[in-house]
Design a protein around this ligand. Sequence first.
Ligand SMILES: *[C@@H]1O[C@H](CO)[C@@H](O)[C@H](O)[C@H]1NC(C)=O
Ligand SMILES: *[C@@H]1O[C@H](CO)[C@@H](O)[C@H](O)[C@H]1NC(C)=O
Ligand SMILES: *[C@@H]1O[C@H](CO)[C@@H](O)[C@H](O)[C@H]1NC(C)=O
Ligand SMILES: *[C@@H]1O[C@H](CO)[C@@H](O)[C@H](O)[C@H]1NC(C)=O
Ligand SMILES: *[C@@H]1O[C@H](CO)[C@@H](O)[C@H](O)[C@H]1NC(C)=O
Ligand SMILES: *[C@@H]1O[C@H](CO)[C@@H](O)[C@H](O)[C@H]1NC(C)=O
Ligand SMILES: *[C@@H]1O[C@H](CO)[C@@H](O)[C@H](O)[C@H]1NC(C)=O
Length: 791
Amino acid sequence: MAFPVSSKIIFFLLLFLFLLSATAQRSINVTLGSSITANKANSSWVSPSGEFAFGFQQIIPGGYLLAIWFNKIPERTVVWSANRDRLVQEGSKVQLYADGRLELRDPRDQQIWAATSSRGVAYGSMLNTGNFVLANSSSVVLWQSFDEPTDTLLPTQKLNKGGILVSSFSKTNYSRGRFLFTLQNDGNLVSYTRNFPLDEPIFAYWSTKTTGRGFQVIFNQSGNIFLVAENRSVLNFVSPNEASTSQFYHRAILEYDGVLRHYVYPKSSDSEGGREMAWSSVDFIPSNICTSMGERSGFGACGFNSLCSLGSDQIPHCDCPYGYTLIDPNDRMSGCKPNFVAQNCDEGARETDLFSFIDMPNTNWPFSDYALFKEITEDWCRQDCLNDCFCAVAIYNNGRCWKKQYPLTNGAIDSSLGGKALIKIRNSNATVYSSVFKKSESSTLIIILSVFLGITMFLLLSLLLYVFCFSRQKSKSLQPYQDLPGLNIRRFSFKELEVATNGFKEELGRGACSTVYKGILKNDNIEIVIAVKKLYKLATEGEQEFKAEVNSISRTNHKNLVQLLGYCEEDQNRVLVYEFMSNGSLAKLLIENSRPNWYKRMQIAFATARGICYLHEECKNPIIHCDIKPQNVLLDEFFTAKISDFGLAKLLKPDQSKTTTGIRGTKGYIAPEWFRNMPITVKVDVYSFGILLLELICCRRNYEPDVEFETEMVLADFAYDCYKEGTVNLLVADDEEALGDKRFDKFVMIAIWCIQEEPTLRPTMKRVIQLMEGSVEVPIPPNPTSFGTSV
Ligand SMILES: *[C@@H]1O[C@H](CO)[C@@H](O)[C@H](O)[C@H]1NC(C)=O
Ligand SMILES: *[C@@H]1O[C@H](CO)[C@@H](O)[C@H](O)[C@H]1NC(C)=O
Ligand SMILES: *[C@@H]1O[C@H](CO)[C@@H](O)[C@H](O)[C@H]1NC(C)=O
Ligand SMILES: *[C@@H]1O[C@H](CO)[C@@H](O)[C@H](O)[C@H]1NC(C)=O
Ligand SMILES: *[C@@H]1O[C@H](CO)[C@@H](O)[C@H](O)[C@H]1NC(C)=O
Ligand SMILES: *[C@@H]1O[C@H](CO)[C@@H](O)[C@H](O)[C@H]1NC(C)=O
Ligand SMILES: *[C@@H]1O[C@H](CO)[C@@H](O)[C@H](O)[C@H]1NC(C)=O
């Protein structure tokens, strides 16, 4: 019982610190007449908590920026600045004059910058929120830095209509750069490329599509960023909060690469045991800036002739294609120039034999084409581009050939692009294989995943620690069930379960590695119905492994997961005890019931998606289910779908039926990578979910031998055929409810995305939910099998 005591101590400590900072907040005023001079002494006006400072930062030798920054973080993190386009020399001064003007003047006393409001100012103050304010004697704020953001938003800051963030030019150059993010007066929240060096936008690459509705962007006290309507209803969650603001510093910044990122940084360094701290990104938009550029004009994400690819770090990288070099070697976004002499255009001197191609799969420069040929071969496409001195690059995809000329715009490498780019270069350079391609191709999903998981786990761990301290009181009532340390599940004796199940009498279901029985636990006057799962064919006999897995399963808690109540481990017996789901499995519902109604089916689809998403993204140790199918989606008394059997993949021997296909060519729920020598990732569950979604939409099994036409036997194939032919209504025949729902087509498209044979093409479950909810447009899905055959 040591915990409640220590948690109380921590609580009072925090309360004390809170009170301390609350009183300190009212004790620092920047009085009229105060000033700071730009020099190496680094003097600044610091907030009462010491967390923010207002003053000068030396950016280059002899070049100072009047700025606000995070003052307790070693890494320079500027959140606001006054003179980003015009650094000032040493000896420049910012002064709060006696008449209330706040001005920045250079050593020759020339005004560089001034706060826009001065009438009646009595004092200035650097607040603990990172907001520098000028106020009158009744403490009414007359001017605040929060109203004139540069590229960053902080918790409690708002972006009003007309408000704008302009990205920096580069990581180290704070002057205004190439992108902007604005809440337009029409209510739409938009990211634009900027017509550098002018402020006008070129084209939008991300928006909330809230014209006429958006009113204000709020970064609230708890670290959520969202767009609200005038009546305060939330229109769009720009970034959810994943880390408590009491434990982490937060900021959202439109970075020099055009991505708006929500970053967090742990406030206390002790918890990490001396590990090096850094800002970590919890969310960002757009999800892939490389493929978001939807118009020809402008430099796109990376500059002309350049190629953008999302690295394993989820950061866009700009690379020149082989045979090209950066125009400005110090600026990766400056664009690329060919480092060979252009092809001669004179008739009779075409030099066709002096040029050849570098092939780059999944690469394209959309919108730069001046010619398109259809139904031709790749060889024909190559020859035609070779003969054409205007042709810098040809894109070949599925019998089509697009010819592109300079400057090539919005270049990107991404598996969603398909096809290949044939990059024409002079022969002397053609022998070495492209390094860009090799690099991007080998950056595997695994790395992305592990980096992402690493960050998430770290955040969750820190959160967990925090929650631990404060939620102990609540969990105390469950003490009797406690056995594994820190868990609220109970260890049963085998005898107990034998009694509960009346000698394992009523069988509920049977799988390759387990049998499930119904049981009743009697506790005082309460009866609880349970499902008792006896496991055999365990992958490991080890006690430790079993405990570890049970431990990890028991830590999951989501309304769309079947809750584990306890376990038994005695001699050779390994048993898991779950809550009982009175309406059986989805498989039973689909087969037995006379077609459950459309809305109920879609509710089940949503619930299943949320359950899987939780396993993938929100668990401390992400769980790949590996066996999503209707038999494993159970329904409780209210027909709420809950996923069962998660976490067992590691515990049980691989199901033999998985490694040998039953009927060849019949697609089951099992993703193709199981049969190929490919890494198994969370995307296998996305595939299975895709099949399940199709079954829910069409209300039939994936494989149905008793159908009129052979083409309809395998639902996955049938669905894509129908989609391609524009006859999706055939999928649901006479289901008026489905046909009447305007989301119907969209759900079919989402399912087709999920069953792409190429795992990287499948969306994540988080994405699937966004697509289903309609917060993101569903792009046209490719043929699920196209990737494997064409490249
Ligand atoms: C700061 O200045 C204002 C105006 O003079 C005054 O009302 C307020 O009490 C001052 N705060 C402190 C803590 O000195
Ligand atoms: C001022 O800041 C710079 C950069 O952070 C540091 O190197 C320097 O030592 C500081 N000077 C003083 C006097 O604190
Ligand atoms: C401070 O500003 C507010 C709003 O402009 C005004 O109502 C108030 O009278 C001012 N107080 C003083 C002392 O000037
Ligand atoms: C930052 O970039 C701008 C735009 O190219 C340039 O004019 C300026 O000189 C750069 N500033 C520094 C300090 O390098
Ligand atoms: C608030 O406004 C939005 C958009 O204008 C609208 O869709 C919504 O129904 C409104 N909500 C309420 C509670 O008025
Ligand atoms: C911030 O917004 C989230 C989401 O709307 C909400 O759950 C939370 O309570 C808000 N926090 C504060 C302090 O308003
Ligand atoms: C291509 O050849 C030209 C001329 O021989 C040379 O200057 C250039 O560096 C070469 N480029 C590459 C990438 O090898």
